[in-house]
Ligand binder design. Structure first.
Ligand SMILES: Nc1ncnc2c1ncn2[C@@H]1O[C@H](COP(=O)(O)OP(=O)(O)OP(=O)(O)O)[C@@H](O)[C@H]1O
Ligand SMILES: [Mg+2]
Length: 369
């Protein structure tokens, strides 16, 4: 599958003699060394690809270079070095006019503090991108109404922005991006200003929309839980560099370096892990089916726990051909939850205690747990 978006060795340096600074960075200098000379290396040697229909999340602390990276992806900022390819076309080689054309038709951006025009109706706000493209009034109203409905705002088309809550206003921003039919959505901290519950609702809505619309999305956030919920892939940025690029599971189970490892301490692992990530793969094949409930490789961790609580034996994980691809003993679930995934593979420790009143039966109880 050809990638839709590709960043190749992107650099952005603000300040004097940027080319010289890039050379220094290529030779291993870091941000702090350059800052001493009055230049800011906002993005350093960023390379990644985003496939069609993927949500690619860029995660990092404030100042790590996320917004600068995003602005280079749609040509709002010119890279100091490196290339951006969108559908095979080198954006950095386009003229300003060609770039504006690509930006208005194929790429949409949703910002953190989405500013609506206060004297335009919700419909006209959602239709703004189409107006810029010169789409006739009736068609833009129709398309804006469709996009508003997708974002759960049917019935609000003739309202004014100040009649909407913050979350609803943010959804108008999303509707504006969707109305243009752009293939590529760039979302910069689009949900960060929202209350936690509304934010979660927006995340759900985006995932739901994505199932049918299958846009290519680059989503910026400083929240790792949000990154893990939304991202098919996640790039973690630190001081201008991408320090890890992988799936949520890669980042959670195989963090590269102390920095990423320190980040994942606060992540709710049960939201990310699935049967596939925790199952014991040694047990496979065509096992006899005892008729109990089973899991699939995609069964979420919490569902797996519930299943495990109901079953007297490890949960069987079956693929789409109903072949056994692994099993999940209860101890493994607890091990992964407590970040003791290695312990799950260790040989079981034998111990007679605690004993129940009935001696032998007590042992059985302990073994069953
Ligand atoms: N136009 C500019 N001129 C000079 N320095 C800039 C400019 N834009 C960004 N920077 C610097 O580049 C670095 C990265 O900034 P950027 O806005 O990309 O970070 P960010 O990860 O988006 O942060 P935040 O989470 O706070 O939005 C920062 O040190 C910032 O001060
Ligand atoms: Mg930013």
């Amino acid at each position: 599958m050809a990638s839709r978006l590709e960043a190749q060795h992107l650099y952005k340096v603000f300040g004097r003699r940027p080319d010289e600074a890039v050379e220094k960075l290529r030779q291993g200098a870091d941000r702090d060394e350059l800052r001493a000379g009055g230049t800011t290396a906002a993005v350093i040697d960023a390379s990644f690809t985003v496939d069609p229909g993927q949500i690619f999340v860029v995660m990092g602390l404030s100042g790590s270079g996320k917004s600068t990276l995003l602005r280079m992806l749609n040509g709002l900022l010119e890279p100091t070095a490196g290339q951006v390819r969108f559908d095979g076309e080198d954006l950095t080689a386009l003229t300003d006019r060609e770039l504006r054309e690509v930006r208005s038709k194929k790429i949409s951006m949703v910002f953190q503090h989405f500013a609506l025009f206060p004297h335009r109706s919700v419909r006209d706000n959602a239709a703004y991108g189409l107006e810029v493209q010169g789409v006739p009034r009736a068609e833009r109203a129709r398309r804006a109404d469709e996009a508003l409905a997708l974002c759960g705002l049917a019935g609000w088309e003739d309202s004014w922005p100040d009649e909407l809550s913050g979350g609803m206003q943010q959804r108008v921003g999303l509707a504006r991006a969707l109305a243009t039919d752009a293939d590529l959505l760039l979302m910069d901290e689009s949900f960060s200003a929202l209350d936690p519950l509304i934010r979660r609702d927006m995340q759900d809505q985006l995932l739901q929309l994505q199932k049918t619309l299958k846009k290519t999305i680059v989503f910026i956030t400083h929240d790792l839980n949000e990154a893990m919920r939304l991202g098919d892939r996640i790039a973690v940025m630190r001081d201008g560099r991408i320090v890890q690029n992988g799936t949520a599971e890669d980042i959670l189970l195989r963090p590269e370096g102390d920095y990423v490892a320190s980040f994942i301490q606060d992540v709710d692992r049960s939201r990310v892990l699935t049967a596939e990530s925790v199952m014991d793969r040694e047990v496979r094949g065509d096992e006899a089916d005892c008729g109990c409930e089973t899991a699939t490789p995609h069964t979420p961790f919490t569902e797996l726990c519930a299943l495990s609580a109901r079953l007297p034996h490890p949960v069987a994980v079956l693929d789409e051909h109903r072949e056994l691809v692994g099993v999940v003993p209860r101890g493994r679930l607890i091990g992964f939850l407590a970040d003791e995934s290695d312990a799950a593979d260790a040989p079981p420790v034998t111990c007679d205690a605690p004993r129940g009143k009935g001696g032998k039966d007590g042992k059985k109880e302990a073994a069953r747990a």
